[in-house]
Design a protein around this ligand. Structure first.
Ligand SMILES: Cc1ncc(C[n+]2csc(CCOP(=O)(O)OP(=O)(O)O)c2C)c(N)n1
Ligand SMILES: [Mg+2]
Length: 521
């Protein structure tokens, strides 16, 4: 057996069943090995940022890694932005980056580059096996490293000759480290703070915003009269009717500051102390209010949910969580705006839906409109690098083939990785993409003023405007095999969304809306 065959066999034995791929010549033996190991499904992505974003979506939903197969340094570099988002999400993900044969590197052929330097900042684990006999054991270690709590990107650099040489031996899966238990003293200290009677906020992140964590956190908050908030961009937030609701910390620093104002204690459960997304002249970077003490209940790699449950038991063993009541908005009439799009989505969201949210400014009304919808998962832009949403949706749909996926995509962000639509069609994924077509980088239009930049003329505004020409998303989608329609009014949009959700397979709806705060066209 050659190295590639031993590698792919080992991945399969370690529970890796999907490989989002954009291969090149150095990965041909890996590609060939996929026929020898049919339990690993190769998914072709037409740009590496799609492969890495899809692997992120898969990992967030499956809780185990998919592979992203990338071609040398340039292929990896094309995939870096979504690996950055995956790193921020703590997603278990295995990047396999093909490299030149070991003896070929010193010739400095055109594709030669420093793969380690490119991979380092996004990878929690990185290795470049030099011998075929070591490859499978390194792969098993890579999978275990990717799964080590709280989850991370593991990068395996695969020299072509290590891949093609005979002498490969599959390796057995390795045990995955369990989350670290939180010591009783730490839970006890947090309980004492919560009993102090001073205003407390419990800030949730990581696994704390899954159903089990939210239930425990809700019990603790109820018992102590504390407020619950969660990080601004959770990797995977479980929400909807029956699940305790948690408000997300706002993106805008002044709104986040208002949410935290008056708190004397901030208890972190799987979240970091809050910071402003960007610096603004004259504004503080930390969002921790003056006079507020920060306490760490659990770090991301700890048993966060266990710690919250112990905390709740200490405070009031009998306390019950406060579930969100079912409630949906009525289907709106009239113009299509960010607000009416949100109401339609809230009215129609199917049970068990997975939302890939990259709606940006147009998403302002979504949390309220969908809060009481049937239970669903909400995946957000963890690292702020746009171009995540369409790939993430593909990965989530492959991880959870029985669940409907909605990709809520701002127009500018959609264009970064628009070729993901082709993968939606190739794999016939049950994804409904809604394009929030405001023909603008609206958030930057807003930030231009907020950072205090003085922009008086058209030169600056033209860099933030997506018209001239207008993007035709229905043409883009149909050109890649995704049935598409365009909605200009709220009832049109509702009818199109109803149809898209009722039919299996991918669909795209271009919702033409004005930028936030401007009247409908
Ligand atoms: C990889 C990357 N490149 C550039 C940016 C800067 N950026 C932030 S938002 C944005 C435009 C967003 O426009 P759109 O997706 O249409 O959302 P809207 O602001 O209109 O709601 C850009 C270019 C970024 N965050 N990430
Ligand atoms: Mg836009």
């Amino acid at each position: 057996m050659n190295g590639a065959q031993a590698l792919v066999r080992t991945l399969a034995d370690c529970g890796v069943d999907t490989c989002f791929s954009n291969p090149g010549t150095s990965e041909m033996h890996f590609v060939a090995a996929l026929d020898a190991v049919p339990s690993v499904h190769g998914v072709l992505c037409l740009f590496e940022g799609v492969a890495t974003g899809a692997a992120d979506g898969y990992g967030r939903m499956a809780g185990r890694p998919a592979t992203a197969l990338l071609h040398l340094g340039p292929g990896l570099a094309n995939g870096l932005a979504n690996l950055h988002n995956a790193r921020r999400a703590c997603t278990p993900l295995l990047a396999v980056v093909g490299d030149h044969a070991t003896y070929h590197k010193r010739f400095d052929a055109p594709l030669e580059s420093d793969i380690g330097a490119l991979a380092g900042p996004v990878s929690g684990w990185i290795r470049r096996p030099a011998r075929t006999a070591d490859l499978a054991a390194d792969a098993a270690e890579a999978v275990a490293a990717a799964m080590a709590p709280p989850g991370q990107v593991a990068t395996l650099i695969l020299p072509a000759d290590v891949s093609w040489s005979e002498g490969g031996q599959p390796a057995a899966p390795l045990a995955v480290r369990a989350p670290a238990p939180v010591p009783d003293e730490v839970t006890g200290a947090a309980a004492a703070v919560l009993r102090s009677g001073e205003p407390c906020v419990i800030l949730l992140g990581g696994t704390a915003v899954r159903r089990e964590g939210l239930q425990a956190a809700s019990r603790a908050a109820q018992a102590a009269g504390a407020r619950l908030l969660c990080e601004t961009f959770p990797a995977r937030l479980e929400r909807g009717a029956g699940i305790p609701a948690v408000e997300r910390l706002a993106y805008l620093a002044e709104m986040a500051a208002a949410q935290l104002a008056g708190s004397r204690h901030l208890i972190l459960a799987g979240a970091r102390a809050p910071v402003s997304f960007f610096a603004y002249p004259g504004q503080p970077s930390s969002l921790v209010p003056g006079g507020c003490q920060v306490h760490v209940l659990a770090e991301r790699g700890d048993d966060v949910c266990g710690a919250l449950a112990s905390l709740a038991d200490l405070l009031a063993p009998g306390a019950t969580p406060l579930p969100q009541q079912p409630q949906r908005p009525a289907l709106p009439a009239g113009e299509l705006t960010g607000e009416s799009v949100a109401a339609v989505i809230g009215a129609l969201l199917p049970e068990g839906a997975i939302i890939s949210d990259e709606a940006n400014t147009s998403g302002l009304y979504l949390p309220a409109a969908t809060a009481g919808a049937p239970p669903h998962d909400w995946l957000t832009l963890t690292g702020g690098a746009i171009g995540q949403g369409l790939p993430l949706a593909a990965g989530a749909a492959i991880a959870c083939p029985d669940r409907p996926v909605l990709a809520l995509e701002a127009d500018g962000s959609a264009m970064y990785t628009i070729s993901a639509l082709w993968t939606h069609a190739r794999e016939q994924l049950d994804i409904t993409t809604i394009i929030f077509s405001n023909r603008s980088y609206a958030i930057l239009d807003m930030e231009l003023d907020r950072v205090g930049a003085v922009a008086t003329g058209q030169a600056a505004r033209s860099l933030l405007d997506l018209s001239r020409p207008d993007l035709d998303f229905t043409a883009l989608a149909t050109g890649m095999g995704v049935p598409a329609s365009r909605a200009d009014t709220a009832p049109e949009f509702a009818a199109q969304l109803q149809r898209a959700l009722a039919e299996p397979g991918p669909h795209l709806i271009e919702a033409t809306i004005p930028p936030l705060g401007r009247p409908a066209r």
